[in-house]
Design a protein around this ligand. Structure first.
Ligand code: 3PG
Length: 381
């Protein structure tokens, strides 16, 4: 915990998760993950840290693509903090080290995308050692990437005293409230494209017969596994036999909104047994929505990850919008996470109506499923 350490006059390396959505012109679509790190930065400044060195990955670069540079994020963070953020064009090397060392005390730096070096994802010791050489102390404030054994998350802790940042602490504190909550009125709402990423969580809660509401592409896989025609809708063929094993505890849509493509200007409502060969299921239907909302009304704890329809198109956004409304109006403690889910919350301006919004997507699913998270394990040690 950083509150317990003395960072005065020390250079602090802070791993943050600025892996955010940018549009094709480099505009920031959701600044939630950036804003979430501000308490740790301000805490370190107040505690007299000599330099704060922020580092993150962005996307999955193959060749140092310009659009995956963190430069625009440095500018944006500077606006949020009301002070200059020094952007450095690499994350390791003598030049970078010199730049940091010669700057005045109290300066903040943001390093270039860590994944511009393939060693980052290989959890490479030498690369981690070079990162560590920039600082005296390591702080992990990147909950969103703690499920990855990356050099800046795991290997770096071999070379520096390592602590959890304030955001990381807050994530664990709030996720623990639902992770270890075994009341029958806990519900899980899962959407998004892939059932594969959510299966461990489904299995964990399935055993305890909580209500699990499925929408999005996930539900398509289950519907298909049950022998229903889903037309041209997305689904995961390799997960059909797993999906077949899921029965009455899993609540799937009874009707849906279909179109011929994601860009359609109009939707048709059909029962799940009436989907045609050329239809794409792009949202859950009105009757399903009503029953999902009824389940939400009876819940005391809600976990939600993944939109229920193709909400980027307003025609197919209705269920996601109404689920946000129902969660906002509910008295239940709610935990919401996932990149697309956050975009939907942003659109609905509903952040402050949710019990806890997690900065983690895959990390939230992994933590709640009880999987071991490499980034947390090294800090506990
Ligand atoms: C996320 O967005 O979930 C984290 O930043 C991890 O990103 P990754 O899935 O590209 O490793």
């Amino acid at each position: 915990m950083i509150k317990e350490i003395d960072v005065k006059n020390k250079k602090v390396f802070v791993r943050v998760d600025f892996n955010i959505d940018l549009d094709k012109d480099g505009r920031i679509l959701s600044d939630f993950r950036i804003r979430a790190t501000i308490p740790t930065i301000q805490f370190l400044l107040k505690a007299g840290a000599n330099k704060i060195i922020l580092a993150s990955h962005l996307g999955k670069p193959r060749n140092k693509e310009e659009e995956l540079s963190l430069r625009p994020i440095a500018e944006y963070l500077g606006i949020l903090l009301g002070r200059k953020i020094n952007f450095l064009s690499d994350c390791i090397g003598d030049e970078i080290k010199k730049e940091i060392d010669k700057a005045a005390a109290g300066e903040i730096f943001l390093l270039e995308n860590l994944r511009f070096h393939e060693e980052e994802e290989k959890n490479d010791d030498q690369f981690a050692k070079q990162l560590a050489s920039l600082a005296d102390v390591y702080v992990n404030d990147a909950f969103g990437v703690c499920h990855r054994a990356n050099a800046s998350v795991v290997a770096i802790t071999k070379f520096l005293p390592s602590y959890a940042g304030l955001l990381l602490e807050k994530e664990i504190e709030n996720l623990d409230k639902v992770k270890n909550n075994f009341t029958q009125s806990l519900i899980l709402i899962l959407g998004g494209v892939k059932i594969s990423t959510k299966l461990p969580l489904i299995k964990k809660f399935y055993k305890r017969s909580y209500k699990i509401l499925l929408g999005g592409g996930l539900a398509n896989t289950v519907l298909k596994a049950r022998g229903l025609n889903i037309g041209k809708s997305v689904f995961e063929s390799e997960l059909l036999s797993e999906a077949k094993k899921l029965d009455e505890n899993i609540i799937t849509p009874i009707d849906c909104l279909v179109g011929g493509s994601v860009d359609d200007k109009q939707a048709r409502v059909v029962g799940v047994e009436g989907v045609g060969e050329n239809d794409m299921i792009l949202d859950i239907g009105p009757s399903s929505l009503d029953s999902f909302v009824d389940v939400i009304k009876g819940a005391t704890t809600i976990i939600w990850n993944g939109p229920l329809g193709y909400f980027e198109n307003a025609v197919f956004a209705k269920s996601t919008e109404n689920i946000i409304k129902a969660i906002s109006e509910s008295q239940a403690f709610s935990v919401v996470g996932g990149g697309e889910t956050l975009l939907a919350l942003e659109k609905a301006k509903a952040f402050d109506k949710i019990g806890f919004v997690s900065t983690g997507g895959g990390a939230m699913l992994s933590y709640l499923s009880g999987e071991e998270m490499p980034g947390l394990k090294v800090l506990n040690q």
